[in-house]
Design a protein around this ligand. Sequence first.
Ligand SMILES: [Zn+2]
Length: 384
Amino acid sequence: MAQRELSRAGRVLAVLLESPGATRPQLCQAAGLSPAAMQGVVDRLRQGGAIQAQGFSPSSGGRRAQRYGICPQVGRVAGLSLDKEGVSAALYDGQMNRLAEVHIPFDPDGSGPEAGLAALAGAVEELIALAGPGAPLLCAGVALEGAVEAGRVAELEGAPLWKGFPLELRLSQALGTGVSVSRGSWMALRRLRAEGQVSKPQCAALLRVGERVVEGALMAGGQVFQGGHGHPGALGHLTVRRDGIPCPCGNTGCLNLYCSQRGMTRQYAAQTGKRCASVGELFTKMDQGDQAAIRTVSQALGYLAEALCALALAWDPLEILVDCPYLARRQALLFTMIDAFYARSAYTRAEQAQVRLVQPPPLPLAAAAWALAVHLPRDPRWRD
Ligand SMILES: [Zn+2]
């Protein structure tokens, strides 16, 4: 976030959204304000109902410092995630406590963006109806499995009709409130940091294995790198097999086709002619000695190790966080992949980049938190 453009109150709110429970000295440092200036801003935000005292920091010998957080009653925020199953949405208060949750089945591949817009706006209406009377809706965040450039959908995996659609503007008009649309993996990485799961925010990479995409994301200096066109980390379109199957991107043999959850089940079906509903079912077949299942899984692990190498060699991160639902269920496979990565070259050893599995936040939560971080500091009530 471009903190320099924010008012002083905005800078304090932005820090508290990314680091809940910060103390006044921490706020001074992160927001670049003197203790005297901070006193005035904190008093005003407390009186205005934007922030509240939130206990004390642990004692380190001297006086314990007061911690601050966003007020839950400051307003409500909707978090939405659009994937091949439909729209998953949840409504949160200012402290990201969940107030209501809905799921609306929807097929982004088969439907155009106008129908998608209606599904997203409908989900927010339903959330508000479910939660009942309360604080007003402050903003909404949308997470996509795809690239977003200046609020427009640059690419939505498997849904070409969406290309160029100004989703941020249109949903903002439909809801009458601020909207942020962003790549799901970026929002997840920011939220992981706010939750304390990123131990090296100065340079950390994320490898995210989704339903149909494999993505990378980089955090440098605590900020997610956004590239020139919203495409950084589109690792899933690295060619891993020159003789591979065609990919919607126009190339052949892309990583997504072998390592995403859908990619793995399709690989198995292509080899055997038998349907396989999920990666969990594929693992069961592997345990039963099914040779095609064993090949499919070991091929995916090998290519994922290559993806880790691509992240390490391109960005030299201090740590690589792995968000992969199927490896989270099978730790032995995770360690096989990590060993293959560490053994590959002098640049990929354990002392170069620590690899570890993370518990990803739900995408609606990550999207809502990011929307609040963007829109709350812009609220006219807190302007200096
Ligand atoms: Zn591709």
